[in-house]
Design a protein around this ligand. Sequence first.
Ligand SMILES: *[C@@H]1O[C@H](CO)[C@@H](O)[C@H](O)[C@H]1NC(C)=O
Length: 298
Amino acid sequence: MLLLSVFVGSFSVASAGDFHQEFDLTWGDQRAQILNGGELLTLDLDKASGSGFRSKREYLFGRIDMQIKLVAGNSAGTVTAFYLSSEGPNHDEIDFEFLGNLSGDPYIVHTNVYCQGKGDREQQFYLWFDPTQHFHTYSIVWNQHRIIFLVDNIPIRVFNNEESIGVPFPRNQPMSIYSSLWDADDWATRGGLVKTDWSKAPFTAYYRNFKANACTWSNGKSDCASQVLNAARNNVWQTQALDASGRRRLRWVQRYFMVYNYCADLKRFPQGRPRKFRLRGAPVCQDLHPPPHVQEAS
Ligand SMILES: *[C@@H]1O[C@H](CO)[C@@H](O)[C@H](O)[C@H]1NC(C)=O
């Protein structure tokens, strides 16, 4: 068992660790910093600007893990985004956005998936811990069949490929990994009621232990097309789905921590849950087991 895990471990990570090697600091000047020999990255936000970074590589499918410690104290009005995105007007995107709050009030984790430029597939959650005290792992599993959002390895959302009923799924456009910290006090906290307190600036978010177990895209092709490389890779994520315990955990999160679910938004889907609703162009709820009781957040 030990031997096996050592063996798998040695091949499982396409890229890990050093922020200098994996990311470019893309905006905010000195507000974005890589420290401790590439082990730690910090983003700052002050009144003049936020900051952000972007992966040097592009990926087409993979499992991406990042440990993040969110802005502590009064983080109302701030948004820390961690997402995958392709480029162009018909871009695909897979989003985690962490909406700050007053000290002691809960962050909201906002998730969304864009396919060919179209989003509107939001689900929002509270967390079962204070995300500002310690680092926690936020992961995106993206394969041909589904997208799984995980927090500390607990699935909070499963977005399915429903191409068989004519709905687009992000699977043709390579994506980069992005993160940024910015001010969005017109909507982030209690729908924009609570504004950023600039006397508390600069606001800081911390990143470490990045891992991409993923197919890297370069010169118009994926390195997963190479059978040699692919055979030497940990492929679990390529077919990853939820087992019984994963489904139990997902139900637990959805039941106790879900704040908003587009699938249950009666303003958008007056007929109720539109799963497999086949009208051309009609929105389709692609999420696994959406609980019908969750209504729109006020
Ligand atoms: C902030 O706290 C308030 C009060 O508990 C809550 O209603 C809201 O959902 C929290 N999160 C955000 C991002 O507004």
